[in-house]
Design a protein around this ligand. Structure first.
Ligand code: G6P
Length: 485
């Protein structure tokens, strides 16, 4: 990693650490900081570790809320003079250079659940069933006002801690309004916003109440630069600025830069004892069958039910595959405070049950749906798949589509939605599908399963090259370059 010329402040909703608190018999509370996982953290954490950056994030759990009083900007407090006594455990990067923004449960529900995840996420991924939803009434406007005030709270904290002339790298849709407060408060800062989701085009953005939409677009446009994973999302943003006539003194530089996972991190998990145990288990369970795998959050945009429907079609049309191919779906709980996610989980479970009842035999269960989060098992599944299905309705990028090919050990093939940002990098060697086209998805699964060993090996090798062409540091450097660092 090359050293940035300016000091850096990273800003995101979910931070680089999760904090857990335990209290012993002597009334000493130990707060432990554990490094979070995911692409964002592996892309930005090296900067934090090097001591060249601070990170401002939301306190999302009880442990985070307690830790917020003692870490980062508050870390100078003598934590052992209070009652109860508190001990902090974790690297300096996580305990000294992370600042957490606290909010009440009601605020968190409005800012995170209602506006970020039920509204903006749905708009950018095109998830609304517009005949019925959304309807923006007083309760939504209350939530919106909270979203505004939490964004202000982030801005005020950044204004307080950012060194003179720092680059501020703001991540994602939770924080689109930070710049409107931060820009006038600290004109010396260079502001970059990077959006990890797709960006809705004008048709999608028309759904958002106009006052909210225009305010958000104006705030985004007041950054020095705005980044997206693919040119398509960047183009949608540009079109929105034009069509809704967003005026700002200086237009932002708009750039594309795709993120990649830290493959050495995943390889480390792949080499672990836990992963070996999981792989043995998978090999025993799925002995003698080809394996279709998916690894996702239980998330509406991931299109899990249609994935099962396509598998159903495949089994209907290809009797020879019955008993010879199994679908392992690792779908882990996510955002369960949002009713639509809870309902979706029920639909996914019901779809898996339907398939198993219809096609299952005494010695073959066609679908294995795993809903308890188990990272070593997910990595084992990525090592073991014959076909990886990634069929989102829309996805900013989708790191699983790159992680799978990077570590798979069976010349596995990738069936990939052309609506995933990762398609731009993997289109040469993945099987592209329209995520709504069940027939095309079933055909792509069949083609991937039917390939000769020689073809499989060639195509998997090409896929691996494309999937690993970029590193997390490339993405970080693009953001730093956009900030003028
Ligand atoms: C997507 C978003 C991220 C978010 C992640 C997990 O990848 O772009 O900002 O952190 O999903 O979602 P969560 O709501 O659990 O943070």
């Amino acid at each position: 990693m090359s050293i940035p010329q300016r000091p850096v402040v990273i800003v995101s909703n979910r931070g680089p650490a999760t904090f857990t608190a335990t209290r012993n018999d002597d009334d000493v509370t130990t707060i432990t900081a554990n490094r979070g996982s995911g692409g964002l953290v592996s892309g930005l954490a090296p900067l934090l570790d090097s001591g060249d950056a601070r990170w401002v994030a939301a306190a999302l759990s009880d442990g985070d809320r307690l830790a917020a009083q003692f870490i980062g900007n508050n870390g100078s407090r003598d934590i052992n003079t209070g009652t109860p006594k508190v001990v902090l455990q974790g690297s300096d990067a996580l305990t000294q250079r992370v600042d957490l923004i606290t909010m009440s449960e009601r605020e968190q529900s409005s800012y995170y659940d209602v506006v970020s995840n039920e509204t903006l996420w749905f708009i950018h991924h095109g998830l609304y069933d517009l005949v019925r939803t959304p309807g923006f009434g007083p309760a939504w406007w209350d939530a919106w006002n909270t979203y505004v005030s939490i964004n202000e709270r982030f801005a005020e904290r950044i204004a307080e801690i950012a060194p003179e002339g720092a680059a501020v790298l703001i991540q994602d849709y939770h924080l689109t309004l930070v710049a409107e407060t931060l820009r006038p408060a600290r004109p010396d800062l260079s502001l970059v916003h990077f959006l990890h989701t797709p960006f809705a085009g004008p048709d999608g953005m028309r759904v958002l109440p106009h006052v909210a939409r225009d305010r958000m677009l104006r705030s985004l446009a007041s950054h020095d630069a705005c980044g997206f994973h693919t040119p398509l999302w960047a183009r949608n943003f540009r079109q929105c600025l034009e069509l809704f006539e967003v005026e700002v003194p200086n237009a932002p530089r708009i750039f594309n830069s795709t993120l990649s996972s830290d493959i050495s991190d995943i390889e480390q998990t792949a080499a672990s004892q836990e992963c070996e145990v999981e792989l043995d288990r998978l090999n025993q369970t799925f002995n003698g069958t080809q394996l279709i795998v998916r690894v996702d959050r239980m998330e509406l945009s991931k299109n899990i039910v249609r994935g099962f429907e396509a598998f159903d079609l495949l089994l209907a049309e290809r009797p020879d595959l019955r008993g010879k191919v199994t679908f392992l779906a690792c779908c882990y709980p996510s955002r369960e405070n949002v009713p639509a996610y809870r309902r979706y989980r029920e639909e996914v479970e019901a779809a898996a049950d339907r398939l198993n009842e219809h096609w299952g035999t005494s010695d073959w269960q066609p679908v294995h749906l795993e809903t308890n989060d188990n990272y070593p098992r997910s990595v084992a599944a990525l090592r073991r798949y014959d076909v990886l299905l990634v069929n989102p309705i829309r996805d900013g990028l989708n790191l699983v589509a790159k992680e799978g090919p990077a570590i798979n050990e069976r010349s596995g093939q990738l069936v990939l939605s052309t609506q995933a940002g990762a398609w731009t990098e993997l289109s040469d060697s993945a099987f592209g599908i329209n995520p709504f086209d069940l027939s095309a998805t079933a055909e792509a699964l069949a083609s991937a399963l039917d390939m000769s060993p020689h073809e499989r090996a060639d195509r998997a090798a090409a896929l691996r090259r494309s999937a690993t062409a970029r590193t997390p540091d490339d993405w970080l450097q693009d953001q730093l370059a956009a900030s003028g660092s």
